[in-house]
Design a protein around this ligand. Structure first.
Ligand SMILES: [Fe+2]
Length: 333
């Protein structure tokens, strides 16, 4: 339950136009989902979305208003295969509703792209509990809380927004979302000052890759800018403060995030858009059963710029490859 005074998640009921959307998507099943033709078709679909939906997406893209959009009641397929045991190898599906909805909404908030290190650069990567990863600091976990983070905190090209499609939900697994501005408001002025200083680095994320776990980012603040230009870079599992940072700061920060977070329980046909620049998110713990009915999401990343790679990143089409340092080499002295 939220205790905030600032709305963080804006709910959009899509059921009234869901059937019309399903009809428009039906003709796309034969178009390969990772192609520009598929994305172009979904851009046409997005242009026909209700004005209110396009306006909400435009606001989020511009950094205005709520930090997340929760679209509910989107079309659902007649049948779904079992939740994959390994989400890196999802089962084939005949429908493309998830990818079409992700790409269409994604078009309204930015340019779709992928990280090469996540599911081999799949634009629509799958998220589900993986046996043996129950306590991992990644979306493949389940029995441990996925702690508060921004996606790609250690990557030079993080997503500006992430879009989550829900194939199958779990009543115990909440996506937790908190506005960076709300967190800053609740912190002590001295803590705020430290969080805005370049006194932090991130160890390279688990996903980018275990073999390079001794590499770090350059020093950076957790919070930069204000208002529409606020930028948060934070991953509770991988942030490494300098010794000058006061003891207990990160504990106070995470406690504040958790207290202020809204809980979103995704259900089939839901699509959640999170502004990864202004918001921090996580997930509560739940019990996987590995019986084909576990929670199963699909995720799309977007950038608001036209996919211009920063130093250290190479683009191949829409896939961003990170030039990883060799083992034992730190990216920051
Ligand atoms: Fe995440």
């Amino acid at each position: 339950m939220s205790t905030t005074c600032r709305p963080q998640v804006y709910v959009i009921e899509c059921a009234p136009w869901s059937e019309a959307l399903k009809c428009r998507i039906r003709g796309m099943s034969d178009t390969p989902r990772q192609t520009e033709a598929f994305l172009a078709h979904t851009a046409e679909i997005a242009a026909a979305f209700p004005t209110s939906v396009r306006a909400a997406c435009a606001d989020l893209r511009a950094g205005r208003g709520p930090v997340a959009l929760w679209l509910r009641g989107l079309p659902r397929p007649e049948a779904l295969p079992p939740t994959p045991a390994d989400c890196r190898q999802p089962p084939p599906r005949t429908d493309c509703i998830a990818e079409a909805c992700l790409a269409a909404v994604g078009h309204l908030v930015g340019h779709a792209f992928a990280h090469a290190q996540i599911c081999k650069g799949d634009l629509f990567h799958n998220i589900a509990p993986v046996p043996g990863e129950e306590h991992a600091p990644s979306g493949e976990s389940s029995k441990s809380t996925l702690r508060m983070h921004t996606d790609g905190a250690s990557h030079p090209m993080p997503p500006d927004a992430l879009l989550l499609w829900c194939h199958k939900g779990d009543k115990r697994a909440a996506t937790t979302i908190v506005s960076g501005a709300e967190v800053l408001d609740r912190m002590d002025p001295r803590d705020r000052e430290q969080l805005r200083s370049t006194s932090f680095r991130h160890q390279l994320d688990y996903e980018f890759h275990l073999a390079h776990s001794d590499a770090h980012t350059d020093p950076h603040p957790v919070f930069e800018g204000d208002g529409e230009a606020l930028r948060v870079t934070y991953d509770a599992d991988f942030i490494r403060p300098f010794p000058t940072v006061s003891a207990g700061l990160l504990k106070r920060l995470e406690d504040t995030m958790v207290r202020a977070a809204e809980h979103v329980f995704l259900e089939p046909g839901d699509l959640l858009v999170i502004d990864n620049r202004r918001a921090i998110h996580g997930r509560t713990k739940f019990t996987p059963h590995y019986d084909g009915r576990d929670r199963w999401l699909q995720c799309l990343y977007t950038r608001t710029d036209p996919l211009v790679p920063p130093p250290g990143v190479r683009m191949r089409g829409r896939v961003a490859s990170l030039d990883l340092p060799t083992k034992g080499q730190s990216s920051a002295a």
